[in-house]
Design a protein around this ligand. Sequence first.
Ligand SMILES: Cc1ncc(COP(=O)(O)O)c(C=O)c1O
Length: 479
Amino acid sequence: MAESWVNSAERIGVDLHLELSGSGSRRGALATALREAVRSGRLAPGTRLPPYRALAADLGVARNTVADAYAELVAEGWLTARQGSGTRVAERAKPLGRPQRVPKEAPVRSRGPLHDLRQGVPDASAFPRAAWSAAYRRALTEAPSAAFGPGDPQGRIELRTALTEYLARSRGVRTEPGRIVICSGFAHALRLLYGDVGDRVLRGPLAVEAYGLGFHRGILERAGVRTVPLTVDQDGANIGELTSATGIRGVLLTPAHQFPTGGPLHPERRAAVVDWARMRGGVVVEDDYDGEFRYDRKPVGAVQGLDPERVVYVGSVSKSLSPALRLGWMVLPRHLVVDVVAAKGEREAWAGVLDQLALAEFLRSGAYDRHVRRMRQRYRRRRDLLVAALAERAPGLEVSGIAAGLHAVVRLPAGSERAVLKAAVWRGIEVEGLAEFLHPGAEPSLGDGLVVGFAAAAERGYGAAVDALCGVLPPGVEG
Ligand SMILES: Cc1ncc(COP(=O)(O)O)c(C=O)c1O
């Protein structure tokens, strides 16, 4: 049996790996191998095949043999040949083999919702592709060879240095590069501090805001950390409840923009939580998830600035750039640095070193500031459009939490949240209700409402999404 393995790292892109077997003609064997590759899905519809000469050289066959095999498959409808665009796998040449199974727990959604009003997601269509690739290219060009070896688990010094400057300037964070640890985002930071990654750095139980992200509570629960809810009102979490709680040594807060209700933590409560941490030897974990996006002229700096030895400050690019990058940072009290770095492991295994260098360059060059400024304007326009549309079409409904961030809370008449959410589903609107964010052990102190994300939709779909939302809202609270 003749056999030839070919791995053609071919200029135009396809890396064709064909097995020519059997004792018949070379042309017949090649046609069979190509049919099999298309049928099994290894060659996807639209894939451009190598030119005759390149494949012939790789396979050690005559150029005409390849040309004849291609022609045979074109005639059969497996391939298409067009002047100027070469020979490609036909769009209709569907794999005939066993259907590929998609695991149940990971459904693949080919399209997003018709109207995307999810909270927590920035406008993906606005990712600064050109500026990011320029930063990436520059970072690659300038990186020392050592950058392509195993990474320092604390993170690249270039990024920690750029963050030190940026965080001080934009968020009032007091730090130096030695106190920053790079991670893959807030969720990772939580796992490093309390979870199952390495040795646990901090111990529970942990006080959390009664309204918060269930995903984060889940990380803590899975790590065996009990969470104790603090009531949330228009001034943020009720810090007074901490002083009466026993056994609690840590508190997780979103001080700049309470998630999801949207207000800043009252200045007296900011001071009170730091006093509490000092008195109890406790730690405040500060989730500064969208601190860059404030629309009024009252900057709300980080609580960390009040006492860097009592606050773990965490930020990420998930709202400012993209949650796909998986890049974040922890600014730590000095005494926690060694333990957190140890929890990350011996070498960087979470945050791609080259992405870190690109982000450092992005920050250093001012591209990050420019992007945030542009997005702030865009999100502010969207917020204004939402508020104006609601004022006109649902004038009795209160909108809150709109001075900052990427979402607003629309208060609903008591008892109507579920029905409104159901109507939203029917209209193809993806939006969440306040109840979804309530700690299971807490009272629903805020009543009914929707958490409306105004960033996720692409620019051209946003107006229609707001219009559809107004169509499912009740006009307002009676009386
Ligand atoms: C409350 C809150 N914290 C933090 C984050 C950021 O999470 P990560 O950095 O893990 O993407 C988000 C993002 O959606 C969030 O909603």
